[in-house]
Design a protein around this ligand. Structure first.
Ligand SMILES: *[C@@H]1O[C@H](CO)[C@@H](O)[C@H](O)[C@H]1NC(C)=O
Ligand SMILES: *[C@@H]1O[C@H](CO)[C@@H](O)[C@H](O)[C@H]1NC(C)=O
Ligand SMILES: *[C@@H]1O[C@H](CO)[C@@H](O)[C@H](O)[C@H]1NC(C)=O
Ligand SMILES: *[C@@H]1O[C@H](CO)[C@@H](O)[C@H](O)[C@H]1NC(C)=O
Ligand SMILES: *[C@@H]1O[C@H](CO)[C@@H](O)[C@H](O)[C@H]1NC(C)=O
Ligand SMILES: *[C@@H]1O[C@H](CO)[C@@H](O)[C@H](O)[C@H]1NC(C)=O
Ligand SMILES: *[C@@H]1O[C@H](CO)[C@@H](O)[C@H](O)[C@H]1NC(C)=O
Ligand SMILES: *[C@@H]1O[C@H](CO)[C@@H](O)[C@H](O)[C@H]1NC(C)=O
Length: 656
């Protein structure tokens, strides 16, 4: 780091007509290529930043998390914009409540944090389809993240909505955004389409002006930067703790011979997959590398500073297909629930060696409350409740249609056909091409038969009589978010065979569970048969409900809590209509789910709705879920050879 900063011969990027802009405007942000640092208001500037994704933290807690980040000594936050979180159907947008990105950015500004905006269109992020809306797949041959004209038309329309909202929030316009990232790790994608990057560059400048600093991020090696970097977009790199920092930044120098050194994703932890041990990255290793990066005068963004939660269905997946759990704790300095950790204080200590830490108290860890057990009661199976869950009724087709063809992008679809003849002997039901995306719960006339799972369980035997209903409830477990398998169609994406026969004449019921649950699936009085204990290891997918009240006379309730699922297998849970996400304690490593206090009420009973897909404890043992005050996301179950190396993304590029 050249500390002889005061030779003022800098040159602002992209402003050759405009060399005196730092005098013209009191607020400016640019790059000094002569002295290898950023320039903020005409002065040398280096940032220490941390990632927080507003889509993974309830709005209620945004301020708390941002303050904790500020108090750690951060100058800036980095956030992704998940396109599919905002444009659910083509041309239908949502920027309200938890999706109010402008409010989030204003809060950051108010907290004294600058913003590094990763605007997409693709973000990766362990987010469903890397943030791309599934409806892009309506054109089945679409080449995502390329100059494909239909893809670009959709990008154009979306950026025409998003970027004008961001423009007034740019630093030079009085807001917090100092830099805007284009695409994400594009050099890791097969398309290597420079015209696409150039298109995005023009589009972003068109909406945001020419002064804005646009940048890219790629893995710290020549091979990634080759297709990821483009003249006019400032090339930054990402690398994990324990890297050779000199070598990593040398790879950035291969693309940017001059200018500030930037690690845009310095990993404070790592992601999880269901069925693999919880990733843990020791604090000492991170502290040491962070110190090395800062000592060099480089800029850094810690990914994640707080991971948060994949509520509802928002998790992504990697290949060979493995989906990410609901918790995105990431072993980050602030836990999923925003708790201060030893890692937080250690990294704050490292930062304190390089800058003055802000004065004042650090917001404390929020208290957690163990509300205890809540008895659950069976409401009915999916098949029994079908007319409520799928009010529009089925769509019929000879061969199965995908979720996208059914315009059902998330959750569950029930595929139903009838058995063409008697099957008194166990007969294999299978998808010859691994076309069950991603998990199917199979029953015949309500009798559970087993589970098919993408990449894991290709075949089950079934029995039944001619004309019986064969129900295949298919769960979308999250779309692949990285690599060339982004075009991840869901549902039965190929035919199912029963013995020698290809099954035909399907009725497909798109299930609108979220609307039905928030309108009160729980309020039904006609509680149908409770079939009680089922000796087989599967039961037909079914809904269960429970109610609980927040104790009175205890101050500061409701508080955050965690749900445990004693005896439950796999499913989805809602409280007061809020979709908390998937639970799968038997596969792990996540065992409990985070419940933010803002979804709980103390004025009336709280409603819990559970969709259990395999086997509930009801009828066998005490049938309850339990609220506890400590998370368990690191269960040591039997993982076999299912370990994945930390920090290696290459492995996800080609499925085995
Ligand atoms: C928009 O998103 C918010 C926050 O998740 C949600 O509460 C609201 O219902 C959504 N609005 C629509 C029209 O879907
Ligand atoms: C950002 O904060 C500054 C004060 O630090 C204030 O002057 C400015 O108006 C704020 N901008 C926005 C967009 O809220
Ligand atoms: C780190 O990388 C640099 C540049 O490639 C090299 O000179 C140095 O020997 C490496 N250090 C270690 C400890 O491997
Ligand atoms: C199928 O089985 C049922 C009862 O198990 C029997 O009544 C029926 O005749 C059988 N049908 C055929 C086509 O074999
Ligand atoms: C299916 O049934 C066949 C014949 O009864 C048996 O050999 C095979 O092991 C069974 N497969 C499974 C997965 O149960
Ligand atoms: C199912 O099989 C039919 C007949 O072979 C074929 O036309 C159709 O494309 C297949 N459908 C899927 C989804 O693979
Ligand atoms: C719980 O469900 C009942 C019955 O549907 C409803 O009246 C009540 O408003 C719900 N409570 C909350 C907090 O949503
Ligand atoms: C899981 O995490 C908890 C709290 O973070 C810790 O106390 C416990 O030792 C961990 N268990 C395992 C098996 O690593």
């Amino acid at each position: 780091f050249n500390r002889k900063l005061l030779s003022f011969s800098w040159r602002l990027k992209l402003t050759s007509d405009n060399l005196d802009s730092q005098n013209a405007s009191p607020r400016s942000f640019g790059i000094d290529y002569n002295n290898n640092y950023f320039l903020k208001d005409g002065k040398p500037f280096r940032y220490i930043s941390g990632s927080i994704h507003y889509s993974r933290v309830p709005r209620y807690y945004w301020k708390d998390r941002l303050l904790k980040m500020k108090m750690a000594g951060l100058d800036a936050i980095q956030t992704y914009v998940p396109w599919n979180y905002h444009e659910f159907e083509p041309g239908v947008y949502n920027f309200s409540d938890d999706r109010d990105i402008e409010y989030f950015l204003k809060l950051a500004n108010e907290t004294g944090l600058l913003v590094i905006l990763r605007a997409g269109p693709y973000i990766c992020a362990e987010w469903d389809m890397g943030g791309l809306p599934a409806w892009l797949l309506k054109k089945e041959s679409v080449i995502l993240r390329s100059s494909d004209s239909d893809y670009l038309a959709a990008v154009d329309r979306w950026m025409g909505v998003l970027l004008p909202k961001m423009k007034p929030l740019l630093y030079q316009n009085g807001g917090p955004i100092i830099m805007v990232q284009i695409e994400n790790e594009y050099g890791s994608y097969f398309a290597c389409d420079y015209d696409y990057l150039r298109y995005l560059q023009r589009l972003f400048h068109h909406h945001l002006g020419n002064e804005v600093v646009l940048f890219t991020t790629d893995g710290a090696s020549k091979s990634y930067l080759r297709c990821g970097a483009l003249q006019g977009l400032y090339a930054t790199v990402d690398f994990p703790p324990g890297s050779n920092v000199t070598a990593a930044f040398l790879s950035q120098r291969g693309s940017e011979p001059r200018g500030p050194l930037v690690n845009s994703e310095f990993y404070t932890g790592w992601l999880d997959h269901w069925g693999h041990p919880h990733a843990v990255v020791p604090t000492e290793r991170i502290a040491k590398s962070l110190d090395e990066i800062l000592a060099r005068g480089a800029n850094v963004n810690m990914y994640m500073f707080i991971g948060g939660t994949n509520f509802a269905y928002w998790n992504g997946a990697n290949m060979p297909y493995a989906s990410q759990p609901t918790s995105y704790d990431y072993d980050a300095p602030l836990s999923e629930a925003g708790d201060l950790t030893d890692k937080y204080f250690s990294l704050r200590g490292v930062i304190g060696r390089y800058k003055h830490l802000p004065e004042g108290p650090i917001p404390p860890t929020t208290p957690k409350y163990a509300y205890g057990q809540v008895a659950m009661q069976k409401l009915g199976t999916v098949a029994e409740l079908l007319s409520d869950l799928s009010p529009a009724g089925p769509i019929k087709s000879t061969y199965p249609l995908t979720f996208v063809q059914l315009k059902q992008y998330f959750g569950f679809v029930l595929y139903r056909t009838t058995l063409p003849k008697n099957y008194s002997e166990p007969t294999p039901l299978f998808s010859p091409t691994n076309g069950v995306h991603d998990r199917a719960y199979v029953s015949v006339d309500g009798v559970p038969q087993g589970v098919l799972e993408r990449g894991k369980s290709y075949m089950i035997n079934i029995t039944g009589t001619a004309g019986a209903n064969l129900d295949v409830l298919v769960e979308n477990m999250g779309r692949v978010n990285y690599g060339r398998y982004n075009n991840d169609f869901k549902g039965l994406v190929s035919n199912l065979s029963l013995g020698q026969v290809t099954l035909v004449d399907w009725e497909m019921y798109p299930l609108d569970i979220d609307s039905v649950v928030s309108q009160g699936l729980n309020s039904r009085d006609d509680e149908s048969e409770t079939s009680g204990g089922n000796p087989s290891s599967y039961a037909a997918p079914a809904f269960y409900i429970g109610r609980f009240s927040i104790p009175s006379g205890i101050p500061d309730l409701p508080q955050d809590t965690f749900i445990k699922f004693p005896g439950w297998t796999k499913g989805q849970i809602w409280i007061n209509g809020f979709n908390l996400g998937r639970y799968w304690p038997v596969r792990g490593p996540q065992v409990t789910l985070f419940v933010p206090s803002n979804i709980l009420v103390s004025s009336s009973l709280n409603n819990i709705t559970v969709l259990e897909l395999e086997q509930s404890p009801c009828g066998i043992q005490k049938c309850a879920i339990e609220f506890v005050d400590k998370p368990v996301i690191n269960a040591t179950l039997q993982y076999g050879s299912n370990t994945r190396k930390l920090f290696t993304k290459e492995l996800w590029l080609d499925p085995l």
